[in-house]
Design a protein around this ligand. Sequence first.
Ligand SMILES: [Zn+2]
Length: 115
Amino acid sequence: MKHKGGCHCGKVRYEVEINLDKALSCNCSVCEKRGSLLGFAPEINFTLVSGEKDLQDYQFNKKVIHHLFCKNCGILPFGKAIGPDGTKMVAINLRTIDGVDLKKLAIQEHDGRKI
Ligand SMILES: [Zn+2]
């Protein structure tokens, strides 16, 4: 299903085709602080509607993931990386989807700290 979402101030807006049945709660160093609940989709299913110039890229460690957040309000709506099979992927912070019902997401714990 297609969903719309964005950052807090509204400069960054996106649309994505994604299933909202489950969410990944990761305990890696950045996710733990940020509190993201992540869902994944191929980048081909993702459209950045606005805010390209408002996005700041944050990278750390192996620098393979682009953690993209809004320079104005600080919210991170999504990140980008290449999947294990070479597919360009987006990791959506499901908390930034318009009207998302977080209670309906099946949360899967992900031990990102070990990776
Ligand atoms: Zn913003």
